[in-house]
Ligand binder design. Sequence first.
Ligand SMILES: C[S@@+](CC[C@H](N)C(=O)[O-])C[C@H]1O[C@@H](n2cnc3c(N)ncnc32)[C@H](O)[C@@H]1O
Length: 231
Amino acid sequence: MNVPWQYDEATQVGTDYGDQSEVSAYDERMQQLRNTEAEAKDIERALCLTPESTVWEIGTGTGQCAIALSRVVKHVYATDVSLAMLEYARSKAKRQGIANVTFAEGGFLSGFRPAHPVDGIVSQLALHHLPDFWKSRAVVAAANSLRSGARLYLRDVVFQSTTSDYDAFFQAVIEGVRAHAGEEVARQTVQHIKTEFSTLDWILEGLITRAGLKIVEKQGDGFVSAYVCEK
Ligand SMILES: C[S@@+](CC[C@H](N)C(=O)[O-])C[C@H]1O[C@@H](n2cnc3c(N)ncnc32)[C@H](O)[C@@H]1O
C-alpha cells in the first residue's frame, strides 16, 4: 500500500547507485576487493540452500551474488531500487548464460515481491540506506516473505556498542581501508559514516528479533557484520 508518509527509497543516500558510471566503477572495485564466490559459498551454507531452493536478494547491486547463487539453487529473485544497477546485473547474467535469475525493480519497502514465501533471503550492504524506523519495516517485510524455518542473511556496516571511542575507531578503519583499497574507497567510507544510516548492533539486533526472527549466527570484523536469522 502506498501512503503519503512512505519513505522514498528510490532516492539514494550517500553514493548515487542510480548513476551509470558509478555502477560500473562499483562493480570493478568490488571484483578487486571482494571474493564474491567465497561470500556466496558462505551464504549458501548459512541459508542451508539446496538445488531446490528459491532465494530473494534485496539490493542486488551489480548482481554478483545473485549470479553466484543461481548456480546452486533453483531460482533467484534479485531486486534493487536502482534501474542502472539492474540493467548492469541483467546484462552480466545474460553474458554468462544465466537463465534462472529474475531481476526486478523493488526495494525493501516497495515494488517487486516474490509471489510465494522463499527459502532464503540475502541482503548485503544495502539496509543502511534506510533510517532505523524504516529498517524495522524492511525486516518485518522480509520476514513475511520467508517460509517458516527459512533464513535471512543480513550483512551490513553495523556499529558495535562495545566501542568506547568511535572517533579513534573510525580513524583506524579509514586508515585500514586506505591501505588496503585506496583513496577513493577511504573517501567513500568517510561519506558512509557521515551521511548514510548504518546503526548500532543493539538496535539492529532488536529490530531483527522483534520481527520474529531468531539470530542463529553473527559474524563480523567490527565494522561489517553479518547476521543469520531464522524464521
Ligand atoms: C553498496 S551497494 C551493495 C550491492 C550488493 N548487495 C553488494 O553487496 O555488492 C547498495 C545497493 O543497495 C541498493 N539500495 C539502496 N536503497 C535500497 C532499498 N531501499 N531497497 C533495496 N536496495 C536498495 C542500491 O541501489 C545499491 O545497489
